[in-house]
Design a protein around this ligand. Structure first.
Ligand code: TMP
Ligand code: MG
Length: 297
């Protein structure tokens, strides 16, 4: 008899029905959610990765672009540079998702990928005023339900940190053009540095790549200090490196980690189940995070 179910039980039954949702320890997930709900929405902050977490992995059977891919496929880059960036992607992406290599083995190779890619980009003399068009012309796509996600967090004054190893200028443009770059959104990412004539001359600050989000978080203590009363965290990611995005959070009470598993599903399923509380397999929507946020607010 459903009339005897508590609001929590009704909510949990609903999310458990999503066929793409997997959990290793449902009791633990229940505990975290109940504890977060008890603490109230004023204590909540959301920390999310960008590429392949807030953006779609696939659309109509075609891969969607990352921040880097948006530039790579645009006309601000020469065809020779496109080939080289594609070459890097072909070499290093398989390493990123390889399950036979450890993080220690992958780390120097990932630094190599980012460093080479950024060098190529800087050599292209990219103009700041060409970025908006590059994004407009691209196939970048936020996941289904993105509007609900961004708007709801904004309406409830819940801080959203987008923590990305992509390119800050590009990801900002994506969320600006989709009209969800609300004032509660803060971005930590690789930002381009332009000279006085608006030409890309370097990238600013410390490089953020897929496996140093911990260091990136610790360089931004000011942000986490401002949010020290938001001790409950909803974390969204698609890589195991994203699990470190909350390492700067102060006095953390609870964290619920939701992971999108987009590629190499069979090989990576167990490691994702071991490290993310909820794993969404080949789900191109934000339906589950949205349901969780609605329950918590
Ligand atoms: P994220 O932290 O927002 O997910 O961004 C990292 C993604 O960027 C990662 O999945 C790999 C991808 N990437 C490219 O697609 N092309 C590149 O040249 C580089 C350096 C990274
Ligand atoms: Mg990602």
């Amino acid at each position: 008899d459903s009339s005897e179910l508590t609001p929590f039980e009704i909510f949990f039954q609903k999310i458990e029905k999503f066929s793409k949702l997997h959990m290793k320890d449902r009791d633990r997930v229940q505990e975290i959610l109940q504890s977060m709900q008890k603490a109230g929405s004023k204590t909540l902050q959301v920390i999310s990765d960008f590429d392949m977490t807030l953006t779609r992995f696939e659309y109509n059977g075609k891969r969607c672009p990352t921040c880097h891919n948006i530039l790579e496929r645009s006309d601000v880059i020469s065809s020779d540079c496109k080939k080289k960036l594609q070459g890097l992607l072909d070499k290093y992406y398989p390493i990123e998702i390889d399950t036979t290599l450890s993080v220690e083995e992958k780390l120097p190779l990932m630094v190599e990928w980012w460093t080479k890619a950024h060098e190529l980009l800087v050599n292209q003399k990219i103009k700041k005023d060409g970025l908006a068009k590059a994004v407009r012309d691209s196939d970048a796509k936020l996941r289904d339900g993105y509007k609900d996600f961004f708007d709801h967090l904004h309406e409830h004054s819940i801080p959203l940190l987008i923590f990305s190893a992509g390119i800050g200028d590009i990801l900002e443009e994506v969320i600006r053009q989709t009209e969800v770059f609300h004032p509660n959104v803060k971005v930590i990412s690789n930002y381009m540095d332009f000279d006085e004539s608006g030409v890309l001359k370097a990238f600013k600050g410390e490089l953020i790549h897929i496996y140093n989000k911990r260091e990136g978080a610790l360089l931004n203590t000011g942000h986490f200090q401002e949010l020290r009363t938001q001790t409950n965290v909803l974390l969204l990611g698609d890589s195991l490196g994203d699990l470190n995005m909350a390492d700067g959070v102060q006095d953390m009470e609870n964290i619920l980690k939701i992971g999108f598993l987009n590629d190499k599903v069979e090989e990576r399923k167990q490691s994702y189940l071991d490290s993310y509380d909820i794993v969404l397999i080949k789900d191109e929507s934000l339906d589950v995070p949205n349901a969780v946020i609605r329950f918590l607010t």
